[in-house]
Design a protein around this ligand. Structure first.
Ligand code: GLA
Length: 732
């Protein structure tokens, strides 16, 4: 039983394999948050808070003594925080009542347990029949406004998911001005917030800040999760490391504007809230209407970040990603973007594909530039019909030629955007977001289509369907290369503009659901100018995402390192490209580029017709090695051993260990090159201490405990940015 309801003590306890989470209804009906941490036998944990304290707002005629009179609600750890009635800390939910007042006084109403993990109408969410759901309903003291707090427990991964359903049972419209999904009040302790920031070509770089009085936030106001901050954060002990200390991971299952905010509060408690960014959000809820917030998935680990990440990895792989390719081996692909950019025709693509087939590549992806007026990035977006003149043949003929070369055929789309220079825009200028009377700001010469509108989605759906039905297409790269501004929907009406940003995301999800259902055999990969929409929401529809447009191996180890805190290797699109690298001009050995790409989905992005025989031999070897270790790399337990930011090391080292501990791979990349370097030794993790292991087929057999306590000595070839891979195999 993952959910324990103790009627007498009025507690609700969620239990996973290693963690527990508790709430309690206090004598005044207020739902308090009383515990989130390591699993312990059931006890009422509320003794550490003054749970008898009268939060004065809920008592009709308060006869409260002494100090308690002054806004006691602010001194209680809340399970969900609302603005307006005495809690001055950051709120999760703000409701403007029909009378114009802002605020709710929430008291406990009822609770129920449901079998299986809940799903959310129109929104992505972790799933699992093996899970359990607790629904706690709170009601406003005055109006018939209900908050249904949903808790989904996937015990095996220590995953606790939450979302809120706001229900208006009054006779009048009310306005939801803020609808976050989570309040997490930590009653005591000093914490850091670890988050992942960046920009185009430098996504998900790690930063760690102390949570102080005042707010520490990561957020997006871009209408999409974005490059600049990822919708994932960790709240941790000040002493937490990869292997020890408390760490709470919070991952939003949402791809739009978001907010994760933490602050040290009154009496030094810590509050975290997470959900949809309230900026430009305002949702009028009609009588009997409900609003569903997106899901936040939480993992607590008492053994540092590593264990937390491994829980997220398994949960995302097994209970968030869906479809044929969730766990099936995915094809090794070659993409022509960095190889040709816009300068290609069918003959050129087929020539690359033919070379690729000889090396073990299984899928050819035709990137941007095959459609409409698309000769450069100034035109064509929105017109999804092949430019046969440019290609020199039909799409069907091209796909047949690629198939004849022995490869599957894949294609690039950017369905949510439009160029002004396109037939779609000429016919339907109102399909794009633009404010009345203003010239909209272009980014990459394009505008964003109003996907909150059904007719706009239908137009794009019909165009995409026609293409997908016209040829043997096995893969789609779903790109999105700008953020939203000039937000205004031509059809929503003045009063509903505050819904549009969220409904754009709901519209995107609806279209993705439709297409992924209708084309179950197609592998979909998400992309947004590289890793600009790398989030759990997108992974519900697409099992992999292009991690970054930066394909430089030395930059990639930082990007993939940061990404790995939440997202598994199997989600990280990673390609070998040419040197000097197109983003950094750095020259790295092909072996290092291959090693880094193989701790993602491994693909190629270069013109193979220009590669030397020696390079092709090396790529062939890499592909064979990647296929040989596919399961270990994609499904193994991932350990970050030396960070690429570690000032005391010249290496970045990580490993993957088979779940039965029978083998491991240890990858080492030299990212700094001092003269006369000190020896590098790395302690391994996750091996069976009692098993003996060989390293790269050598004679010597090391006890797992030896490799974990005394470490493995790294020998990397002499040279700049060199690397090596150790295969550690149980010998007995
Ligand atoms: C984005 C993507 C690239 C490529 C280009 C094409 O930048 O991240 O991989 O597809 O668009 O325009």
């Amino acid at each position: 039983m993952a959910i324990i309801i103790n009627e007498q003590e009025k507690t609700f306890t969620l239990q996973t394999n290693n963690t527990a989470y508790q709430m309690k209804v206090n004598p005044y009906g207020v739902l308090l948050h009383t515990y989130y941490g390591k699993k312990v036998p059931y006890e009422d944990m509320s003794y550490i808070v003054d749970n008898d304290m009268n939060p004065n707002h809920v008592v009709e005629n308060p006869k409260i003594k002494g100090d308690d009179v002054y806004c006691a609600i602010e001194r209680l750890p809340q399970e969900i925080s609302c603005y307006g009635c005495g809690d001055y800390r950051e709120s999760a939910i703000n409701i403007r009542n029909a009378d114009g007042s802002l605020g709710l006084q929430l008291v406990y109403h009822s609770a129920r347990v449901e079998e299986g993990k809940y799903s959310i109408p129109s929104l992505p969410a972790f799933y699992g029949k093996e899970g359990e759901t607790l629904v706690i309903t709170l009601k406003d003291k005055v109006y018939d406004i209900y908050l249904h707090l949903y808790y989904g427990v996937l015990a095996e991964y220590d995953l606790i998911c939450r979302y809120v359903k706001i229900e208006n049972k009054t006779k009048n419209p009310i306005t939801v001005e803020k609808a976050l999904s989570v309040t997490l009040d930590l009653e005591y302790g000093n914490y850091d917030m670890v988050s992942f920031y960046g920009k185009w070509a430098q996504e998900r770089l790690l930063q760690r800040n102390e949570i102080m009085h005042g707010k520490s936030q990561v957020f997006s106001t871009r209408g999409t999760s974005g490059h600049t901050m990822n919708p994932f954060a960790i709240i941790c002990d000040k002493s937490a490391t990869e292997t020890q200390g408390s760490a709470y991971g919070l991952a939003l299952v949402y791809s739009g504007s978001f907010l994760i905010s933490s602050s040290k509060c009154y009496y030094d408690s810590t509050r975290v809230v997470a959900g949809i960014n309230p900026e430009n959000f305002c949702y009028v809820l009609q009588p009997d209407e409900c609003f569903h917030t997106p899901e936040v998935a939480m993992v607590y680990s008492d053994e540092g970040f590593g264990k937390m990440s491994r829980c997220f990895h398994k949960a995302i792989r097994n209970n968030l990603c869906r479809g044929k390719y969730k766990n099936a081996r995915r094809p090794v692909l070659i993409n022509n973007w960095e190889g040709t950019y816009f300068d290609f025709n069918a003959d050129k693509l087929v020539a690359i594909a033919e070379e690729a087939a000889k090396l073990g590549v299984e899928l050819f992806v035709m990137d941007d530039g095959w459609f409409g007026r698309r000769v450069n990035d100034w035109g064509g977006l929105g017109d999804w019909s092949p430019n046969e003149e440019k290609l020199g043949c039909t799409l069907k003929e091209l796909s047949e030629r690629i198939n004849a070369a022995g490869l599957q055929f894949g294609i690039w789309f950017e369905p949510e955007c439009v160029n002004e220079d396109s037939a779609l825009y000429e016919e339907h200028p109102d399909y794009a977001f633009r404010m009345p009377g203003r010239t909209p700001a272009l980014a990459r010469h394009q505008l964003v289509l109003d996907f909150s509108r059904k007719d706009v989605r239908e137009n794009i759906y019909q165009q995409l369907k026609k293409v997908l039905d016209s040829a043997n297409i096995s893969y789609v790269k779903w790109d999105y290369n700008r953020f939203i501004c000039d937000l205004y929907s031509a059809t929503a009406g003045a009063e509903n503009q505050g819904r549009v940003l969220h409904e754009f995301i709901l519209g995107l999800y609806e279209l993705l659901e439709r297409l992924t259902t209708e084309y179950p055999d197609v592998l979909f990969e998400s992309c947004a100018s590289g890793g600009g929409r790398f989030d759990c929401g997108m992974h519900y529809y697409m099992p992999q995402a292009w991690t970054s447009d930066d394909t430089d191996a030395i930059e990639r180890i930082k990007i993939q390192y940061g990404t790995s805190f939440c997202y598994p290797v199997s989600t990280m699109g990673a390609h070998v490209s040419t040197v000097p690298n197109h983003q950094t001009a750095r020259v790295t050995p092909l072996s290092t580029r291959g090693l880094v790409a193989s701790f993602g989905t491994y693909g190629l992005e270069l013109d193979l017709t220009k590669a030397s025989e020696e390079e092709k031999e090396e790529i062939k070897r890499q592909i064979a090695q990647f296929k040989q270790h596919y399961d270990l790399i994609q499904y193994g337990e991932y350990y970050r051993l030396i960070s690429p930011f570690d000032p005391y090391s010249n290496f970045c080292v990580w490993s993957t260990v088979a779940s039965d501990q029978s083998e491991a791979l240890v990858a080492c990349v030299r990212n700094r090159n001092p003269g006369n370097p000190s020896p590098e030794i790395v302690k391994l993790f996750g091996l069976d201490p009692n098993k003996r292991y060989t390293v790269n087929g050598g004679e010597r057999k090391y006890l797992g405990s030896t490799l974990m306590q005394n470490g493995l000595r790294i020998f990397v070839p002499f040279g700049e940015y060199t690397s090596c891979l150790y295969h550690v195999v149980a010998a007995e």
